[in-house]
Design a binder for this molecule. Sequence first.
Ligand code: PAF
Length: 274
Amino acid sequence: MLIARTIDELQEAKKALSGSIGFVPTMGALHHGHLSLIRQARDENEHLIVSIFVNPTQFLEGEDLDAYPRKDEADIKICELAKVDILFMPSVETMYEKDELCIGAPAVCGYVLEGKMRPGHFDGMLQIVMKLLNLSAASNAYFGKKDAQQLALIIQMVKNYFMDVNIIPCEIVRDDRGLALSSRNVYLKGDENERALCLSHSLKRATKLVMSGTLNVEKIKKEMHTVLQDVDSIEYIAIVDRDFKRLEEVEVGNTIILLAAWVGKPRLIDNLWI
Ligand code: PAF
């Protein structure tokens, strides 16, 4: 595995690749969720590039940029074992200039739910994903469904900018108790680990309701609230279609149920695609 830290090193390393390139962008602190993206990309492409870059422009003032878990040594080992061809680990100075041209998230889908709670987050996320997709020249790029709105916006960016890459949505990976894996789960302390489980429990309750014929969004949300009693606060529960438009009734095959809640220090998100 080659580790590239500059654009020149990356371009040089890419010269040795011929055939399809799979790309998995990450912010490091790799867990089994990332590993499942990496494995899928490995299986489906001749070559595999992974990036690790904690992107400052997608963190808001007061968010956990400085404290964001960094585990470079372990991450490098994981990538080696996963047979990554090129691991791209640039510095902030490599990725950004002063006074840059910026990409803005769309006015509607970019400013509801996560976009409303974290204004500016998606602008920074799209800016770095555009750069990374261009640099990797990937045929296929892999993103988890856990960040459902991020995924939808990346798909839209690729469409709107006529970018030549397939975006491959990948299933959410959960621990054996149902907690969706996230690098921020390391912040969960003591009983917060147990309390965080009510996020996935509430989604299970929603599934049961839909399966038994309850499609009314308000009824489902009310039930989810009752299951979410162990979190410290609920930021939102939303039931939207795959374009993030609010629904009154669940449309099976075209619905995402999303929630964000605080449990101790971390803000956790989870979702379910029905
Ligand atoms: O999902 C993430 O880890 C990040 O938002 C991404 C896509 C790597 C961009 O920084």
